[in-house]
Every structure is written in C-alpha cells, then in structure tokens.
Design a protein around this ligand. Sequence first.
Ligand code: SAT
Ligand code: MN
Length: 590
Amino acid sequence: MNKQIRNKFAGEWINRMIELTNPAKVVLIDGSEEQKKKITAEAVEAGELITLNQNLMPGCYLRRSNPNDVARVEERTFICTDEQKEAGPTNNWAYAPEMYDKMHILFKDSMKGKTMYIIPYLMGPYDSEFSKVGFELTDSRYVVLSMLIMARCGQRVLDELGSSNEFVKGLHSVGTMNAEERYICHFPKDRTIYSFNSEYGGNVLQGKKCFSLRIASSVARQEKWLAEHMLILAIKKPSGEKVYVAAAFPSACGKTNLAMLIPPQKYIDEGYEVTTLGDDIAWLRIGNDGRLYAINPEYGFFGVAPGTNAKSNFNALESTRKNTIFTNVALNKDDNTVWWEGLTKIPPQNAIDWKGKEWTDKENVKGAHPNSRFTAPIENCPSLDEDYNSPKGVPISAIIFGGRRAKVMPLVMQSFNWNHGVFLGSSMGSETTAATTGKVGVTRRDPMAMLPFIGYNISDYFNHWLTMGALLGEKAPLIFNVNWFRTDDEGNFIWPGFGENFRVLKWIIGRCDCSENENVKKTEIGLLPKEIDFDGIDVPDDVREELFNVDKEIWLSEFNEIREFYDKLDYIPLGLKNELEFLKLRLENM
Ligand code: SAT
Ligand code: MN
C-alpha cells in the first residue's frame, strides 16, 4: 500500500491502481535533480536511453522507440461517455462502463515485476488560477523523464493540491506494445485518462493532448474558458509596448516556427522583438478586466526534429542543446551527437538510423523518422518571454487561425467580428496534395486545429466559442486568418514565409492598436490589408496581387465544401449558420 501520498482522494485512487496493476515497487516522483539522475542512470543501464556527447550536449539522451509506435493514433483514441452524442460525430466513441471493463482486464497485473512511478504534475504556472493538477501512474522511465521536461512535476505540485479532490487521474502502462490493442482513452466525466500499449509522446505524455486539450476542453466548457491548440507569442513594438497573440494551425503548417520567429533584421533595427510563451497549447480565461488572458500549461517543447535547422528555426535548435531527450533521430557515430533530415545538407559519414541499424543506404532509407522528436525544457529557448511563467497569464489581443491552402485563402485577413472569426476557425483546414500540384485539392477540415482534440461534441464546441465571444463583448481579441502556403499555377509557394511572416504580424498588431486603421479594405470574405510592408524583399507586382486575390468561383466552391462539412455535424449553432448564409449572399453579389 502506498503511504507517500497524503491527499486522501489521490491516495485511495492510487492504491486501487496499485492493486490492479500489481507493481513490484512504487516510486513517487518528487521533482528533485537527484531522483532524476538516478532514474536516468537506470534507463541508460537498461538500454532505454543512449547517452549522447555530454561535452557538446550536456544532459542529452537518445531514445529509439518501438517502430510500430511513432505517432499519435487517432483510430485508437477514444472519448468514453455514457452517450454517443456527448462525444459527437468527429470522435471515436466508446460506452464508458464497457471501456472501463476492457481497460481493467488489460491493466490487470500489467506492472507485475516492474516499478510504478507516481508523477504528480501541474499544467500551468504555480500559484495560478489557471493551473490544474494531474497524476500519471506509469511503468515507463522514458515517460517519467519526458514528463519531467514537459510539465512541472513533484512535491511542489502535491503541496499545491493540498487536500483538494480536484485532479486528473491518469494510468499508463507500456503493456506488450501490441498496436492492435493500443488504447488512448479519455473519460471526461471522471477526468480520467488510460493509455495502454504505447510510449509515444502524444499518446502517453498525458499532460499534453490528453489532459490539456481533450479533458481540459470539456472542463473549460463547464467553467467558461478555452483550452486550445495554440501557440502564444509576444511582439514588442519600438515603443516598448507588448502585444500578445495566440495562433492555431493544423500540423505541418509551421506552428513551432511562428512561435519562435525571428523578424527580418530591418525590424529588429527598428526595435521590434518577438518572444515565445508557448508552441502548442494555450488555456485562455476571461480576466478581472474583461480581457482574454492566456497561459501555456506546458513546461517544455515536444517538437518535430526533421526540417529544424539554424535557418528554419534557430530558437528551436538552440532549445535542444542541453537536457533534451531525442526520440527516433539518427545517431552520428563520429561525435556521438544526433542528426535528422534537414539539420545539415550532408548527412554524417558514420551514422545509425532511427531503428538502430548501420545507416548505409542513405539514398533510400531515412536517418530519422519523419515524426522524430525532441523533448526540450522551455527555459532553454533563447526567445523565451519573461512572462511565460506568469500566474495571471498575458492579455491576448489577436487570435490567428491558419492552414495550408493553395488558392482560396489570402495571405492574411481579419474577420468582420467575433462570430465571423469563429466561422473562419470552424472551417479552417489544410490541403494535403494541393501544395504540390498547384490545384485546389482535397481539404481536410480541421476546425481550430482541434479536430482530434475536442473532448466533447464539436457542435457544442462551436457553440462554446460563440458564448465566449458574447461574454467578452467589445473586449474580445480580434480574429485573423493567415495562409503562408499560397502557390502559383505551377505549385510553387509565392510567399517566402518563415521570418518574413513578421510583416503579416505587423499588420495584425497594427489592426489591434488602430495604427493600420486606414490600411484595410472590405471584401466579400473578410477585411484585407490594402498593402503589406514588402520593403526589403523582392515580391513582383503580380505576386502581390495574387497573395490577396479573392476568386468568386473558388470561393463558391469553398462555400459548398464548408456546407458539406457542416452537414455532417449534429447541429450548427445559429451564429455559424448565419455566417455561412452571409458569406453566400456576399459572394452572390460579387
Ligand atoms: O503528436 S503530438 O500530439 O504529441 C505532437 C503534436 O502534434 O503537437
Ligand atoms: Mn500539437
């Protein structure tokens, strides 16, 4: 029996889980350096981690996962409730009592002969109204060491919890790694998460997607706040004033790059600065002054390695220089460091690929898995904002939605109002194939980049966004849509992206402080800039026009696609139905 947890509610539940999983030993994670060192040494000893060059990369380790376990598995991820309509048509649903039964059979004796680690963790800063406690019980040292990077963990969290019964319960076991029996289960009503047969971050670092998005979105609906798949950044203006922005993008749209953007030199010289508060998740609450405040509940970055280099994302690369766990990247044998596609032009001479084999056929075999990752402490980030840890969060002036669209979306536009902004978010998406062909391809709708992460019915989620707008009233952030991926007819990107995206951010913050009051034109689809500051980059006139072109035919088919998407949902809140209708009227009069 476990006597280390003094909180009565947590203690009772943990004892039941110990009885179920039957570990040989139970260790409470206290958050100390000493304990972390010990567990790291054990993981190295057991072959679970490979020690990298400690002179060049102090505190860094490499992990090779089971090759069948390299990404999130949406088809094995479940929202478990009493009734299907609570989960809605976009989630995998399971009847909660039945799933509990199934899980309890799988977890029975699953930790036999192993150690159970009890991880008390906090999502959000200490002493903050925003923050919420979770426990993850796991038999994986890799998960323990990753959680110590991604969340605030240990004794201080227990102190903060005190005698409260408000915490998220999480159980994880690596099981047998049988992919067919892999389960990532969420029970929103009980605030409980069970992960089985996986060790991949998005499935088992439960503080991340499971708690901070799926469970939290459902709690946020009840408590009238928002749990969103958004980065948070700050832009300091030459006057010294800071503007905070939150932004949501589907995967592979450069979210981490935007979070850590370095402006072109000209703007740095003028006194602009971009700083990072978060790269993946934001919790947003209405503050005492009526404005929307945001925190990043996480404490680290779980970033995609391939494509990251000193040019594409200097700050991300720097963040991985120490105390970082790399998963499924290549090992450079010459200096015992890591490598991935896109880090340098030429791969290392002597390397081992992500599966642990000598990497000889560099033409046909990848060195790193495309979804290989770094798990790095947020405090390593050179562009970290001084307020990343602020218990009261930062006031958000603008919310940005974005996707990968070849033709339909302009480089940037502002919504007419909150409801129209929610409409833009609800219909956002990415074209998977279009970017390479230049044609308007199949769009995968990914509302607010939350499709796999909404812990309840998507129609209720849209409704909740409209409610938040009503509560915020005139203090609501402005809502924008951006598209860095517009292409010409040959499929070439016409916008340079990366640091140059700062030019778009500059217009956005100008809309927030009214300095761009004159630089705006009303179109059928939204408010567009008359011009963007292109000074210092070569953008031909026809490209300037193309970046902001609104094509009636393309937009009519976009309208039809959105309607088809809406038709698949249980219901569409009136506010969004109206927006769709208004769009049609404006297009017909175009
Ligand atoms: O795959 S994860 O969900 O862990 C990472 C991400 O998509 O942000
Ligand atoms: Mn994400």
